[in-house]
Design a protein. Structure first.
Length: 388
Protein backbone atom coordinates (compact mmCIF):
# COMPACT_ATOMS: atom_id res chain seq x y z
CA UNK A 1 0.00 0.00 0.00
CA UNK A 2 2.80 2.41 0.99
CA UNK A 3 4.73 1.49 -2.20
CA UNK A 4 1.66 2.02 -4.32
CA UNK A 5 1.12 5.47 -2.76
CA UNK A 6 4.76 6.41 -3.35
CA UNK A 7 4.57 5.40 -7.02
CA UNK A 8 1.64 7.78 -7.64
CA UNK A 9 2.35 10.89 -9.65
CA UNK A 10 2.43 14.41 -8.25
CA UNK A 11 -1.05 15.42 -9.46
CA UNK A 12 -2.56 12.47 -7.63
CA UNK A 13 -0.47 12.93 -4.49
CA UNK A 14 -1.52 16.56 -4.27
CA UNK A 15 -5.14 15.43 -4.01
CA UNK A 16 -4.60 12.19 -2.06
CA UNK A 17 -1.70 13.01 0.30
CA UNK A 18 0.27 10.17 1.87
CA UNK A 19 0.03 11.45 5.43
CA UNK A 20 -2.14 13.74 7.54
CA UNK A 21 -1.37 15.91 10.56
CA UNK A 22 -2.76 14.72 13.88
CA UNK A 23 -6.26 16.06 14.59
CA UNK A 24 -5.80 15.58 18.32
CA UNK A 25 -6.19 19.32 18.92
CA UNK A 26 -8.49 21.31 21.14
CA UNK A 27 -8.95 25.09 21.16
CA UNK A 28 -11.68 27.54 22.11
CA UNK A 29 -12.45 28.28 18.46
CA UNK A 30 -15.13 26.33 16.59
CA UNK A 31 -13.35 24.77 13.58
CA UNK A 32 -14.32 26.16 10.17
CA UNK A 33 -15.45 23.15 8.17
CA UNK A 34 -15.63 23.99 4.48
CA UNK A 35 -17.38 21.62 2.14
CA UNK A 36 -19.76 21.38 -0.78
CA UNK A 37 -19.29 17.62 -1.22
CA UNK A 38 -19.85 15.62 1.95
CA UNK A 39 -18.43 12.08 1.86
CA UNK A 40 -20.46 8.97 2.69
CA UNK A 41 -18.82 5.78 3.89
CA UNK A 42 -20.67 3.70 1.24
CA UNK A 43 -23.63 3.83 -1.20
CA UNK A 44 -26.11 2.52 1.38
CA UNK A 45 -25.37 5.49 3.63
CA UNK A 46 -25.66 7.86 0.63
CA UNK A 47 -29.01 6.42 -0.47
CA UNK A 48 -30.54 6.08 2.97
CA UNK A 49 -29.18 8.95 5.04
CA UNK A 50 -30.11 9.04 8.70
CA UNK A 51 -32.20 12.02 9.91
CA UNK A 52 -29.93 15.00 10.47
CA UNK A 53 -27.00 13.37 8.67
CA UNK A 54 -24.67 15.72 6.79
CA UNK A 55 -25.32 15.20 3.09
CA UNK A 56 -24.30 18.26 1.11
CA UNK A 57 -22.88 21.69 1.91
CA UNK A 58 -26.27 23.36 1.51
CA UNK A 59 -27.66 21.20 4.34
CA UNK A 60 -25.10 22.75 6.68
CA UNK A 61 -21.62 22.05 7.93
CA UNK A 62 -20.68 21.44 11.58
CA UNK A 63 -19.68 25.13 11.76
CA UNK A 64 -23.11 26.29 10.58
CA UNK A 65 -24.93 23.83 12.81
CA UNK A 66 -22.91 24.92 15.84
CA UNK A 67 -23.92 28.53 15.13
CA UNK A 68 -27.58 27.54 14.69
CA UNK A 69 -27.54 25.66 17.99
CA UNK A 70 -25.98 28.58 19.88
CA UNK A 71 -28.48 31.04 18.40
CA UNK A 72 -31.35 28.69 19.27
CA UNK A 73 -30.13 28.57 22.87
CA UNK A 74 -30.02 32.40 23.08
CA UNK A 75 -33.53 32.82 21.68
CA UNK A 76 -35.12 29.74 23.24
CA UNK A 77 -35.92 28.39 19.76
CA UNK A 78 -36.19 24.80 18.59
CA UNK A 79 -34.68 25.42 15.16
CA UNK A 80 -32.63 28.23 13.64
CA UNK A 81 -32.14 28.51 9.88
CA UNK A 82 -29.19 30.49 8.59
CA UNK A 83 -29.21 32.72 5.54
CA UNK A 84 -26.45 34.68 3.75
CA UNK A 85 -27.82 38.07 4.90
CA UNK A 86 -30.54 39.52 7.08
CA UNK A 87 -32.55 40.33 3.97
CA UNK A 88 -32.15 36.72 2.77
CA UNK A 89 -33.56 35.57 6.15
CA UNK A 90 -36.53 37.89 5.60
CA UNK A 91 -37.11 36.60 2.05
CA UNK A 92 -36.78 32.98 3.22
CA UNK A 93 -39.49 33.57 5.82
CA UNK A 94 -41.83 35.35 3.42
CA UNK A 95 -41.37 32.75 0.67
CA UNK A 96 -41.78 29.84 3.09
CA UNK A 97 -44.97 31.08 4.75
CA UNK A 98 -46.98 32.62 1.91
CA UNK A 99 -48.63 31.43 -1.30
CA UNK A 100 -50.54 32.92 -4.23
CA UNK A 101 -53.78 34.57 -3.10
CA UNK A 102 -52.41 35.25 0.39
CA UNK A 103 -51.91 38.57 2.16
CA UNK A 104 -49.21 39.79 4.54
CA UNK A 105 -49.75 42.55 7.10
CA UNK A 106 -46.67 44.78 7.19
CA UNK A 107 -45.97 47.71 9.56
CA UNK A 108 -45.42 51.04 7.82
CA UNK A 109 -42.15 51.35 9.75
CA UNK A 110 -40.67 48.09 8.40
CA UNK A 111 -37.16 47.91 6.95
CA UNK A 112 -37.58 49.32 3.41
CA UNK A 113 -36.39 46.24 1.48
CA UNK A 114 -38.97 44.05 3.30
CA UNK A 115 -41.74 46.20 1.80
CA UNK A 116 -39.96 46.29 -1.55
CA UNK A 117 -39.77 42.48 -1.62
CA UNK A 118 -43.45 42.13 -0.78
CA UNK A 119 -44.53 44.87 -3.18
CA UNK A 120 -42.25 43.58 -5.95
CA UNK A 121 -41.30 39.92 -6.29
CA UNK A 122 -43.99 38.54 -3.98
CA UNK A 123 -46.71 40.68 -5.59
CA UNK A 124 -45.72 39.10 -8.93
CA UNK A 125 -46.32 35.70 -7.34
CA UNK A 126 -49.78 36.75 -6.18
CA UNK A 127 -49.06 37.67 -2.54
CA UNK A 128 -50.57 41.01 -1.48
CA UNK A 129 -49.32 43.37 1.21
CA UNK A 130 -51.50 45.30 3.67
CA UNK A 131 -49.58 48.12 5.41
CA UNK A 132 -50.57 48.90 9.00
CA UNK A 133 -49.77 51.47 11.68
CA UNK A 134 -46.96 49.92 13.79
CA UNK A 135 -48.67 51.19 16.98
CA UNK A 136 -51.96 49.46 16.16
CA UNK A 137 -51.70 46.85 18.97
CA UNK A 138 -55.01 44.95 19.51
CA UNK A 139 -56.50 46.87 16.57
CA UNK A 140 -54.69 44.50 14.21
CA UNK A 141 -57.65 42.13 14.74
CA UNK A 142 -59.75 44.32 12.43
CA UNK A 143 -57.20 44.01 9.60
CA UNK A 144 -56.92 40.22 9.59
CA UNK A 145 -58.86 38.70 6.69
CA UNK A 146 -59.42 35.03 5.77
CA UNK A 147 -56.56 35.50 3.24
CA UNK A 148 -54.05 36.84 5.78
CA UNK A 149 -51.21 34.31 5.87
CA UNK A 150 -48.68 36.18 7.96
CA UNK A 151 -48.41 39.20 10.24
CA UNK A 152 -45.00 40.79 9.98
CA UNK A 153 -43.70 42.92 12.84
CA UNK A 154 -40.51 44.86 13.34
CA UNK A 155 -39.83 46.38 16.71
CA UNK A 156 -38.55 49.01 17.05
CA UNK A 157 -39.35 50.08 13.49
CA UNK A 158 -36.57 51.00 11.10
CA UNK A 159 -35.34 54.61 11.42
CA UNK A 160 -38.41 55.98 13.26
CA UNK A 161 -38.13 53.42 16.11
CA UNK A 162 -41.82 52.70 16.87
CA UNK A 163 -41.97 50.01 19.58
CA UNK A 164 -44.73 47.54 18.76
CA UNK A 165 -47.13 45.86 21.18
CA UNK A 166 -46.18 42.34 20.11
CA UNK A 167 -48.17 40.53 22.86
CA UNK A 168 -51.35 42.31 21.72
CA UNK A 169 -50.69 41.61 18.03
CA UNK A 170 -49.78 37.98 18.74
CA UNK A 171 -52.94 37.43 20.82
CA UNK A 172 -55.14 38.76 17.98
CA UNK A 173 -53.23 36.63 15.47
CA UNK A 174 -53.51 33.48 17.57
CA UNK A 175 -57.28 33.89 17.76
CA UNK A 176 -57.33 33.69 13.94
CA UNK A 177 -54.51 31.09 13.64
CA UNK A 178 -52.27 33.46 11.69
CA UNK A 179 -48.51 33.21 12.37
CA UNK A 180 -46.58 36.26 13.54
CA UNK A 181 -43.02 36.88 12.38
CA UNK A 182 -40.89 39.62 13.90
CA UNK A 183 -37.75 41.25 12.58
CA UNK A 184 -36.02 41.07 15.96
CA UNK A 185 -32.66 42.46 14.84
CA UNK A 186 -32.57 45.43 17.22
CA UNK A 187 -33.09 43.22 20.28
CA UNK A 188 -30.52 40.66 19.02
CA UNK A 189 -32.62 37.91 20.63
CA UNK A 190 -31.36 39.24 23.97
CA UNK A 191 -33.20 42.47 24.81
CA UNK A 192 -36.62 41.25 23.66
CA UNK A 193 -37.97 37.71 24.04
CA UNK A 194 -39.98 37.25 20.84
CA UNK A 195 -41.36 33.83 21.74
CA UNK A 196 -42.45 34.85 25.25
CA UNK A 197 -44.29 37.76 23.62
CA UNK A 198 -46.19 35.28 21.43
CA UNK A 199 -44.35 35.59 18.10
CA UNK A 200 -43.94 32.41 16.07
CA UNK A 201 -40.89 33.41 14.03
CA UNK A 202 -37.94 35.59 15.07
CA UNK A 203 -35.87 36.88 12.17
CA UNK A 204 -32.53 38.57 12.68
CA UNK A 205 -29.85 40.26 10.64
CA UNK A 206 -26.81 38.68 12.34
CA UNK A 207 -24.88 41.27 10.33
CA UNK A 208 -25.54 43.73 13.16
CA UNK A 209 -24.89 42.67 16.77
CA UNK A 210 -23.88 39.02 16.46
CA UNK A 211 -21.32 39.74 13.73
CA UNK A 212 -20.60 42.95 15.58
CA UNK A 213 -17.69 44.28 13.51
CA UNK A 214 -19.26 45.42 10.18
CA UNK A 215 -17.34 42.74 8.27
CA UNK A 216 -19.88 39.98 7.65
CA UNK A 217 -23.44 39.60 6.33
CA UNK A 218 -25.68 36.87 7.72
CA UNK A 219 -29.25 36.30 8.86
CA UNK A 220 -31.23 33.81 10.93
CA UNK A 221 -34.80 32.60 11.22
CA UNK A 222 -35.73 31.07 14.58
CA UNK A 223 -38.88 29.01 15.26
CA UNK A 224 -40.35 26.78 17.93
CA UNK A 225 -43.13 25.05 16.00
CA UNK A 226 -42.12 21.88 14.09
CA UNK A 227 -44.71 22.75 11.42
CA UNK A 228 -43.16 26.16 10.69
CA UNK A 229 -39.71 24.55 10.94
CA UNK A 230 -40.64 22.02 8.23
CA UNK A 231 -41.91 24.80 5.92
CA UNK A 232 -38.75 26.83 6.40
CA UNK A 233 -36.48 23.81 5.93
CA UNK A 234 -38.21 22.95 2.66
CA UNK A 235 -38.02 26.51 1.34
CA UNK A 236 -34.39 26.89 2.39
CA UNK A 237 -33.44 23.70 0.53
CA UNK A 238 -35.44 24.65 -2.59
CA UNK A 239 -33.95 28.15 -2.67
CA UNK A 240 -30.44 26.81 -2.05
CA UNK A 241 -29.85 29.35 0.70
CA UNK A 242 -26.76 28.46 2.65
CA UNK A 243 -24.38 30.39 4.87
CA UNK A 244 -20.65 30.32 4.25
CA UNK A 245 -18.74 28.44 6.99
CA UNK A 246 -16.24 31.32 7.07
CA UNK A 247 -19.05 33.78 7.75
CA UNK A 248 -20.48 31.43 10.39
CA UNK A 249 -17.07 31.35 12.02
CA UNK A 250 -16.96 35.16 12.19
CA UNK A 251 -20.43 35.25 13.76
CA UNK A 252 -19.46 32.51 16.25
CA UNK A 253 -16.52 34.66 17.30
CA UNK A 254 -18.77 37.72 17.59
CA UNK A 255 -21.22 35.82 19.80
CA UNK A 256 -18.62 35.47 22.55
CA UNK A 257 -18.67 39.21 23.20
CA UNK A 258 -22.33 39.83 22.27
CA UNK A 259 -23.53 40.38 25.83
CA UNK A 260 -20.64 42.70 26.74
CA UNK A 261 -20.90 44.72 23.55
CA UNK A 262 -24.67 45.05 23.71
CA UNK A 263 -24.57 46.29 27.29
CA UNK A 264 -21.76 48.73 26.61
CA UNK A 265 -23.31 49.99 23.36
CA UNK A 266 -26.68 50.38 25.06
CA UNK A 267 -25.20 52.49 27.87
CA UNK A 268 -23.12 54.64 25.49
CA UNK A 269 -26.13 55.24 23.23
CA UNK A 270 -28.20 56.42 26.21
CA UNK A 271 -25.39 58.74 27.32
CA UNK A 272 -25.16 60.30 23.85
CA UNK A 273 -28.95 60.47 23.44
CA UNK A 274 -29.31 62.21 26.84
CA UNK A 275 -26.81 64.85 25.77
CA UNK A 276 -28.61 65.34 22.46
CA UNK A 277 -32.00 65.61 24.21
CA UNK A 278 -30.73 68.74 26.01
CA UNK A 279 -29.64 70.50 22.82
CA UNK A 280 -32.07 73.11 21.57
CA UNK A 281 -31.48 72.03 17.91
CA UNK A 282 -32.90 68.57 18.72
CA UNK A 283 -36.72 68.57 18.72
CA UNK A 284 -37.22 64.81 19.28
CA UNK A 285 -35.11 61.85 20.38
CA UNK A 286 -36.50 58.63 18.88
CA UNK A 287 -34.85 56.17 21.23
CA UNK A 288 -37.02 53.46 22.90
CA UNK A 289 -35.83 54.50 26.38
CA UNK A 290 -36.93 58.13 25.84
CA UNK A 291 -40.50 59.38 26.23
CA UNK A 292 -40.46 61.01 22.73
CA UNK A 293 -40.26 57.54 21.19
CA UNK A 294 -43.59 56.12 19.99
CA UNK A 295 -44.26 52.97 22.03
CA UNK A 296 -41.92 54.01 24.89
CA UNK A 297 -44.39 52.60 27.50
CA UNK A 298 -44.50 49.28 25.64
CA UNK A 299 -40.70 49.21 25.63
CA UNK A 300 -40.68 49.74 29.42
CA UNK A 301 -43.11 46.84 29.84
CA UNK A 302 -41.57 44.30 27.42
CA UNK A 303 -37.88 45.00 27.00
CA UNK A 304 -34.84 44.36 29.20
CA UNK A 305 -32.69 47.08 27.62
CA UNK A 306 -31.95 49.18 24.56
CA UNK A 307 -29.31 48.92 21.86
CA UNK A 308 -27.04 51.23 19.88
CA UNK A 309 -29.20 52.79 17.20
CA UNK A 310 -31.61 55.72 17.50
CA UNK A 311 -32.70 58.82 15.63
CA UNK A 312 -32.96 62.51 16.36
CA UNK A 313 -35.06 65.12 14.62
CA UNK A 314 -33.51 68.54 14.02
CA UNK A 315 -36.97 70.00 13.52
CA UNK A 316 -36.04 73.70 13.34
CA UNK A 317 -33.39 73.26 10.68
CA UNK A 318 -33.41 73.12 6.89
CA UNK A 319 -32.54 69.93 5.03
CA UNK A 320 -29.27 71.62 3.94
CA UNK A 321 -28.26 72.19 7.58
CA UNK A 322 -29.06 68.59 8.46
CA UNK A 323 -26.87 67.36 5.60
CA UNK A 324 -24.08 69.76 6.64
CA UNK A 325 -24.30 68.40 10.20
CA UNK A 326 -23.87 64.80 9.02
CA UNK A 327 -21.06 65.76 6.63
CA UNK A 328 -19.25 67.59 9.45
CA UNK A 329 -19.05 64.56 11.74
CA UNK A 330 -15.53 63.16 12.03
CA UNK A 331 -15.92 60.05 14.17
CA UNK A 332 -19.27 58.95 12.66
CA UNK A 333 -19.01 57.25 9.27
CA UNK A 334 -21.73 57.80 6.67
CA UNK A 335 -23.03 54.39 5.67
CA UNK A 336 -25.77 51.77 5.98
CA UNK A 337 -26.21 49.17 8.69
CA UNK A 338 -25.47 49.36 12.42
CA UNK A 339 -24.42 47.29 15.43
CA UNK A 340 -20.67 47.31 14.72
CA UNK A 341 -17.73 48.87 16.56
CA UNK A 342 -17.87 52.12 14.57
CA UNK A 343 -20.33 54.95 14.97
CA UNK A 344 -22.44 55.83 11.94
CA UNK A 345 -24.81 58.61 10.88
CA UNK A 346 -27.35 58.79 8.07
CA UNK A 347 -30.14 61.09 6.91
CA UNK A 348 -32.86 60.28 4.36
CA UNK A 349 -33.94 62.87 1.79
CA UNK A 350 -37.29 61.19 0.96
CA UNK A 351 -38.29 59.78 4.35
CA UNK A 352 -42.05 60.30 4.87
CA UNK A 353 -42.09 59.27 8.56
CA UNK A 354 -42.92 60.62 11.12
CA UNK A 355 -44.23 63.18 8.55
CA UNK A 356 -43.14 64.32 5.07
CA UNK A 357 -41.87 67.60 6.64
CA UNK A 358 -39.91 66.02 9.51
CA UNK A 359 -38.59 62.90 7.72
CA UNK A 360 -35.79 64.74 5.84
CA UNK A 361 -34.80 66.47 9.13
CA UNK A 362 -34.18 63.14 10.89
CA UNK A 363 -30.69 61.78 11.48
CA UNK A 364 -30.17 58.17 12.46
CA UNK A 365 -27.15 57.48 14.62
CA UNK A 366 -25.46 54.20 15.43
CA UNK A 367 -23.29 54.52 18.50
CA UNK A 368 -20.14 52.41 18.31
CA UNK A 369 -17.51 51.40 20.82
CA UNK A 370 -15.67 54.74 20.78
CA UNK A 371 -15.61 56.69 24.07
CA UNK A 372 -19.00 58.45 24.36
CA UNK A 373 -17.28 61.67 25.52
CA UNK A 374 -15.41 61.85 22.21
CA UNK A 375 -18.61 61.12 20.27
CA UNK A 376 -20.40 63.92 22.13
CA UNK A 377 -17.55 66.34 21.37
CA UNK A 378 -17.79 65.35 17.72
CA UNK A 379 -21.57 65.87 17.66
CA UNK A 380 -21.11 69.26 19.32
CA UNK A 381 -18.62 70.51 16.74
CA UNK A 382 -20.84 69.21 13.89
CA UNK A 383 -23.98 70.91 15.32
CA UNK A 384 -22.01 74.15 15.45
CA UNK A 385 -20.52 73.72 11.95
CA UNK A 386 -23.99 73.15 10.48
CA UNK A 387 -25.25 76.60 11.47
CA UNK A 388 -22.04 78.53 10.91
C1 LIG B 1 -34.08 45.96 10.85
C2 LIG B 1 -33.26 45.33 9.77
N1 LIG B 1 -33.58 44.10 9.35
C3 LIG B 1 -32.88 43.49 8.38
C4 LIG B 1 -31.81 44.10 7.78
C5 LIG B 1 -31.09 43.39 6.67
O1 LIG B 1 -29.88 42.88 7.08
P1 LIG B 1 -28.71 42.64 6.06
O2 LIG B 1 -28.03 43.94 5.87
O3 LIG B 1 -27.86 41.60 6.71
O4 LIG B 1 -29.32 42.11 4.79
C6 LIG B 1 -31.42 45.37 8.19
C7 LIG B 1 -30.27 46.03 7.57
O5 LIG B 1 -29.97 47.20 7.77
C8 LIG B 1 -32.17 46.01 9.21
O6 LIG B 1 -31.87 47.26 9.63
Amino acid sequence: MADEAERRRLATRLIHPDSHASTDFKSFAVPTYRGSTVLFPNMDAAEQPLPGQYRYGIDGTPTARELSARLAAIEGAEQVFLAPSGLAAISLTLLALTSAGGRVLLPESAYGPTGALLGGLLARFGVAMDPYDPLIGHGIADLITPDTQLIWCESPGSITMEVQDIPAIAAAAKARAVPVAIDNTYGAGVLFDAFAAGADVSVQALTKYQGGHSDVLMGSVAVRSPDLGAKLARAQRLLGLSASPDDCSLVLRGLKTLDLRLRHLGESAIQVAKWLALREEVTAVLHPAFPDCPGHETWKRDWSGSASVFSVILGRWTREQVVRFVDSLRLFGIGYSWGGANSLAFTYRDLKRPSPELGPLLVRLNIGLEDPADLIADLEQALESAVR
